[in-house]
Design a protein around this ligand. Structure first.
Ligand SMILES: Cc1cc2nc3c(=O)[nH]c(=O)nc-3n(C[C@H](O)[C@H](O)[C@H](O)COP(=O)(O)OP(=O)(O)OC[C@H]3O[C@@H](n4cnc5c(N)ncnc54)[C@H](O)[C@@H]3O)c2cc1C
Length: 387
């Protein structure tokens, strides 16, 4: 792919999906511009537990050391609590992965942006995608952005990538079709707490509620509660703090006790829920990556991991540049994603008993293993930094 345009690719969105895709494309020699309406190093509404596939990508790309250097604590065990029963699983070291990590998005997204810049990608913040440009045959040939001063900027490019999240403007402008819509959604409330002992990831389940704890940067632990949307409306919406602590007490009295005396930095944050979906991933002159094209309910904490997986699949397709390559991107994304999405939807239904929850988690684990095997089979040389 190389035309007379100043850029081969414009990526809209500079977080995990967009920055990773831009980094990989720039490493392959493409001229890449990334625009984002936000600012570098800022947070976003998301907890941030990475699964093995996500950490593996950061390791393969050489970005993991920057994340670790920011003091992101290693996670060496995951404990599943089904009522009073606890099942601790050690994170098996291997293939360069010594532990899992849950970097704050201020750390992870910035590390990926730094790597994209180092590879030669250009970043412009404070730029909102306003429109797309098309040629006479309906092919996307560029983007129009709006800056904070109200000025419009035309950017010609061979490919526009929408990495602009759940409310993707690119998906809306190209009318990307929703190819699969899940049935269930969960609501999440979370915050950051000090002085909670770091004993790895913990996921606690009772019928119709779950909570989790995720050790992260600056000695903080991210604690979340998750409930069906109906319960969110009746028990949490009116008084977020009281509702959060009530669910915590119900699901894990021990964690509730630890959290009770700790003040949250930045208050409690809430996500009311959205059903998972897959969208058409590409069309003439455009492609989608990350939540823009594939969103999964947060109950399985896997969106970032999948965004990092798909960044590499899309970068490979864009380098090849053919219609067949983009079709392969979508087919592979969907084949790897559907098992994850379907089991996530079954967990999000909150209609299981604790034995059924265990079975669903085993199915999730199988889907995650397939994803890791797929990543391990990708061409590592195509993603490395230049020597
Ligand atoms: C409550 C909650 C908890 C979660 N917990 C986890 C978890 O523990 N682990 C996990 O792996 N995943 C989790 N996820 C999922 C994860 O947050 C997403 O999968 C991930 O953020 C997707 O990244 P992205 O880069 O595709 O999009 P985003 O992170 O949404 O980034 C999109 C970027 O595009 C920019 N943008 C948007 N529109 C425009 C525009 N018009 N013009 C210019 N820029 C634009 C935005 O400013 C933003 O920077 C959670 C999600 C939620 C909601």
């Amino acid at each position: 792919m190389r035309s007379a345009n100043a850029y081969d690719v414009v990526v809209v969105g500079a977080r995990c999906a967009g920055a990773a895709t831009a980094m990989l494309l720039a490493r392959r020699g493409l001229r890449v511009l990334v625009v984002d309406r936000g600012q570098y190093g800022t947070d976003t509404l998301s907890t941030h537990a990475l699964m093995r596939g996500g950490v593996l990508q950061l390791h393969r790309w050489g970005v993991l050391p920057a994340v670790v250097a920011r003091g992101t604590p290693p996670v060496r065990t995951t404990t599943f609590h089904y009522g009073a029963e606890a099942i601790e699983v050690a994170i098996k070291p291997g293939k360069g992965i010594e532990a899992l990590y849950a970097p704050r998005r201020t750390v992870l997204d910035a590390a990926l942006v730094d790597a994209a810049r180092a590879a030669g990608a250009e970043l412009r913040y404070g730029q909102t995608l306003a429109d797309l440009r098309y040629d006479g045959e309906g092919r996307v040939v560029g983007a129009v952005t709006l800056d904070a001063a109200g000025r419009l900027h035309e950017i010609a490019a061979d490919l526009v990538i929408g990495a602009d999240g759940i409310g993707s403007a690119v998906a809306r402008l190209v009318r990307a079709e929703v190819t699969h819509q899940a049935r269930h959604a969960t609501a999440t409330v979370f915050g950051y707490f000090a002085d909670i002992p770091d004993t790895g990831y913990h996921w606690h389940y009772v019928e119709r509620a779950s909570v989790g704890r995720i050790p992260t940067n600056d000695g903080r632990t991210c604690v979340f509660v998750s409930v069906p949307p109906s319960r969110y409306r009746t028990d949490i919406l009116k008084d977020r703090t009281a509702g959060f602590h009530a669910v915590l007490r119900e699901v894990s009295p021990a964690l509730a006790g630890q959290v009770a005396g700790s003040v949250t930095e930045g208050g409690l944050l809430a996500f009311a829920g959205r059903r998972s979906y897959l969208r058409q991933a590409h069309g003439p002159g455009w492609a989608l990556v990350g939540d823009a094209g594939y969103f999964k309910d947060p109950i399985t904490a896997h969106g970032i991991t999948d965004a990092l997986r798909d960044a590499e699949l899309l970068a490979e397709a864009a380098v090849r540049g053919s219609a067949a390559a983009f079709a392969e991107y979508q087919a592979t994304r969907d084949a790897l994603s559907r098992p994850l999405l379907d089991v996530t939807d079954a967990i999000a239904a909150y209609d299981w008993d604790l034995e059924q929850a265990k079975t669903l988690h085993k199915a999730l684990n199988q889907a995650m293993k397939r994803e890791v095997e797929h990543i391990l089979a990708l061409d590592a040389d195509a993603t490395r930094e230049a020597a």
